[in-house]
Design a protein around this ligand. Structure first.
Ligand SMILES: [Zn+2]
Ligand SMILES: [Zn+2]
Length: 487
């Protein structure tokens, strides 16, 4: 064998998954320098990748990279009809769609998950939108991301990028919201022992303790409605408590199970991770101090906590929430809020108007017999939790975060990440406005899918059935691993 050849041997027992692969000459991703390589299978079932000049100048990192490529290719039937179908649809989308540029495009890091090669490529940058567009058309990624951060040198290693600032971003995903419907459409399987269950994927397998769990979720209408409610709470706080202007806020459907809010503002651009954590704590209500510093009346025990609210920030919100809650509260509502004392419940129900006036308006919290500081702490805790927005806290505090690019497709659904004005949050419908494939139909074999609505029509439920569906519905099911293209 010539010295300029690098051979990579990947041992695999997964012979079945190799069966669908295209052996012979294969094209490597463009960042491997538009080279081709030969993929061979030995008699014992091992795979061999022979590449011409693959170690010229690139050294070990290229060898490692190709090993990853090959390993992933082996695990995935790169040439299956279903993948070809999705590839073609995504390809024609990028050929025919004008993508909007993110602000300061030259300062952003870009990343792609490549559909055919099943690898993540990152640390890319572009001088303009048209060069980014041609890469999308050439490589057809299943997912496109850019950094929330601005860098002097976006292609450099993390430590050498030269961080200049970052948008303030929020991610609200139904995965973090316990909805009543998740049991009917979400499943998980432990990769270690095979145990499976319905509903939200646990952190660890209850059988073997393994942390490698496969989850099958669904972009369900009810789940997305809950995510939208959380987004509305977040936007309200960003506008009214933090004072961000409408034009500084971008609201987006993520393309899957949630919403993103991007704040693009000079005032938040250079906030560090700690400052962002403070914002996160405010929004989630973590560590909200309710204890006043006022002097306890002489007849109180020194140890008892005193309930006080001041006149700004979350305390103002809490005051409003308490008013609304007390005004409508039934015996059952109060019990649900955690009030155990029968005396307190009776007093609240009997003296609603006095409580609204003297307690909440005037701050004389314990002026009604039976309604103690502890009653107020319980109610405040309950309402703070309800009124907090369920954001993914890690996303906001990460100042190097990659976020899905506006106007690109989500690889798990074939739906588009779409932005809309804040004022349209209520009216926005992801199942019509994020549909990317508007023409044609496709025949698919659906193994299992719940009833779903897309593009103004309702489909399913399906189980082991061959059906002809509009392209967008077929792409969704194939991307979600619930259907296959058979012919
Ligand atoms: Zn397990
Ligand atoms: Zn749901």
């Amino acid at each position: 064998m010539d010295d300029s050849y690098v051979s990579l041997l990947v041992k695999t027992k997964a012979k079945d998954s190799v069966a669908g692969m295209n052996k012979g000459r294969i094209a490597l991703p463009h960042f491997a320098g538009n080279r081709t390589a030969t993929l061979l299978q030995t008699q014992s079932g091992e795979l061999l990748l022979l590449g011409d000049g693959l170690n010229n100048g690139s050294g070990n990192s290229m060898v490692k990279f190709l090993q990853v490529c090959l390993f992933i290719a082996v695990m995935t039937k790169v040439n299956s009809l279903s993948q070809q179908f999705v590839y073609q649809k995504f390809s024609s989308f990028y050929e025919n769609t004008e993508i909007k540029s993110p602000s300061a495009i030259t300062q952003r890091e870009f990343a792609f998950f490549l559909l055919k090669q099943r690898v993540m490529v990152r640390h890319k940058s572009f001088v303009n939108l048209s060069s980014l567009n041609s890469i999308l058309c050439e490589n057809v990624p299943s997912d496109v991301y850019h950094s929330c951060a601005y860098y002097e040198n976006p292609e450099a290693d993390m430590s050498k990028k030269g961080w200049l600032g970052s948008d303030l971003v929020f991610d609200i995903d139904a995965d973090h919201i316990p909805t009543s419907c998740n049991k009917s459409h979400d499943e998980w399987t432990c990769k270690q022992c095979g145990l499976s269950g319905n509903g939200v994927t646990p952190e660890r397998c209850s059988n073997c303790g393994g942390q490698r769990l496969d989850s099958k979720t669904w972009p369900c209408g009810l789940c997305l409605a809950s995510a939208k409610e959380e987004t509305a709470k977040l936007v309200d706080m960003l506008q009214n408590d933090f004072g961000f202007l409408d034009e500084e806020l971008g609201v987006f459907f993520s393309g899957h199970r949630g919403y993103h809010v991007h704040v693009v503002s000079e005032s938040s651009k250079t906030l560090d991770a700690l400052a962002r954590k403070e914002i996160v704590d405010y929004i989630t209500g973590l560590g909200l101090e309710l204890c006043g510093k006022g002097k306890a009346p002489s007849n109180r025990k020194a140890s008892s906590r005193i309930f006080r609210l001041h006149d700004f920030g979350r305390h103002i919100r809490l005051r409003q929430d308490l008013s609304q809650f007390i005004e409508r509260a039934t015996e059952n509502d109060l019990a649900c809020a955690g009030i155990r004392s029968k005396k307190a419940i009776a007093a609240i129900l009997q003296y609603k108007q006095q409580i609204l006036g003297r307690c909440i308006e005037e701050g004389l919290w314990t002026s009604i017999n039976g309604v103690t500081d502890e009653t107020w702490f319980k109610l405040a805790e309950y309402l703070t939790n309800i009124e907090s927005a369920k954001i993914d806290t890690v996303v906001t505090t990460d100042i190097h975060r990659l976020i899905r690019m506006d106007g690109t497709l989500h690889g798990k659904t074939g739906l588009e990440k779409v932005g809309f004005p804040v004022s349209r949050l209520d009216a926005f419908d992801p199942f019509t406005e994020a549909v990317a494939f508007k023409d044609g139909t496709a025949k698919v074999f659906v193994s299992n899918a719940p009833e779903f609505r897309l593009g103004g029509k309702v489909f399913g439920p399906f189980r082991n059935k061959t059906v002809e569906l509009p392209t967008a519905a077929a792409v969704l099911l194939v991307c979600k691993g619930r259907a296959e293209v058979k012919e």
